[in-house]
Design a protein around this ligand. Sequence first.
Ligand code: FAD
Length: 486
Amino acid sequence: MADYDLIVIGGGGAGLAAAAAAAEGGCTVLVVEAEERIGGSTALSDGVFNAAGTSVQRSLGLEDSTEAYFDYYMTLNAWRQPAGLIRSFCENATSTLEWLMSLGVEIPARLVHKVKGVVYPCSAATPGLYAAGVEWPPRGHIPVGGGAAYTDVLYQYAGSKGVEFAFNTRVQALLSEGGAVTGIEVEGQPIRSHAVALAAGGIAHDKDLLARWFPDALAGYEDDYVPATISAAGSRGDGLRLAEAVGGLIEGVNCGLLGSMAYFPRTEVKGFPGYQPTSLIYVNQTGRRFADETAPYAVMPGLIKAQGGLVWGIFDEAARLRSDPTLSGYAQGWSPDFVLAAVAAGDIRSAPTLAGLAEATGMDPAVLEGAVAHYNEDLGTGVDRYYLRSLDGLYPIASGPFYAFQYRLCNVGLTGAGVRIDAQGRALDPALNPIPGLYAAGESGAGVLGERYVGGGNAVANALTMGRVVGQTVAATVREHEVEAA
Ligand SMILES: Cc1cc2nc3c(=O)[nH]c(=O)nc-3n(C[C@H](O)[C@H](O)[C@H](O)COP(=O)(O)OP(=O)(O)OC[C@H]3O[C@@H](n4cnc5c(N)ncnc54)[C@H](O)[C@@H]3O)c2cc1C
């Protein structure tokens, strides 16, 4: 005898969407959340949601389609993701976004990004629509209030549909009978259900799981290195472990987003030091440029990985002194004192000449000098001859001393290793058969998030969309069983 139709493990974006959709379909639902409140990483996020063919795009006169999104998604991921699942994701993302807006999430119909211009990460302070990756037309929908807007709206809605919540309760075992998942065990007590949805987020806080499933996050670092992560505390890999224990197919090596950042392991950072100077170039270990330095964070990690995982940012004394705290965001630059503190700590190398800087960093002096010379010459013509970076507002790298800092893959943004799901959100076994009673969504489910993050909004869209799909699938399955039993 089941206590609930559906038990959802995790009250983040995927879990709340699953719970709300299942309850909307007539199911009884319990959400079990390890922390003291709902939200997870979803509530911390900027809330960018990737979707195509939406009413927001149409209001702006932008023509788009889920077919175009599917093609873009599969091409960017070199067709490594399962097409059936990605088709479902791309199609359901649109209806999920419209559903969320109908429940009260507000996404203003305005472009909040320079059209086809320099790409900077967005901020939730600017709700609207922006090109979140390398796509066109823009697909990154930013809600008023960031990611918490979704979780707040869904929590209210789920509550109004009778969904029950248990907080401070970390699920550590599933009930399994005859190959089917039949509920959960909490503190030795069974709670039975027709279906269980794994929506417990990712693995960012578990170094052992990262070593197995996200080796890029640890590659090239010392043994005692612990990668920084922005993920919520609940991202401990429980979804992956629970699925593995009942024979789920675990996939998703290096999937998710490993963010590139200036790497300052030794510098004491008091508060936010500002952003790195814009008048810089990135070069690889030989001293050669390899990309447009303003490439979106969707593609930059792959470009850095292709250079061996470590590149250098090169700037000059004028850039250090140009920092202006009265400017906002990227225009501000690191404070001059911060740069000197990082030099003293050994995180930024410095030398009076470029040849000296090359020696201090192990680069080829002629290659580094050539890279800087080309950059300076290109400022004169206005065209970045090799990588087509927009050079507007940039200054030459010409006055010593010169500086180099490591720009590395050093922040686990989100992970995509978990139990492989199908187009309906059902968890699969190694023979690609659904495990009866088990579903997964968000970072706990593998297949949607690939090695190539398609752009800001990929992960929130995945969590909310596949969560809702799970809720709908469970509701339809429970109805079928009721009809059969009648
Ligand atoms: C600061 C930040 C900004 C981001 N910005 C964006 C963005 O703008 N766009 C985008 O697409 N992505 C963004 N991301 C990533 C995105 O937010 C996440 O990938 C996505 O929201 C994950 O949703 P989820 O439901 O899978 O996990 P979560 O939202 O993390 O929810 C998982 C929940 O499960 C709970 N849980 C874990 N284990 C258990 C257990 N054993 N028992 C019970 N409960 C458990 C956790 O406590 C948590 O509440 C951002 C992430 C962060 C942290």
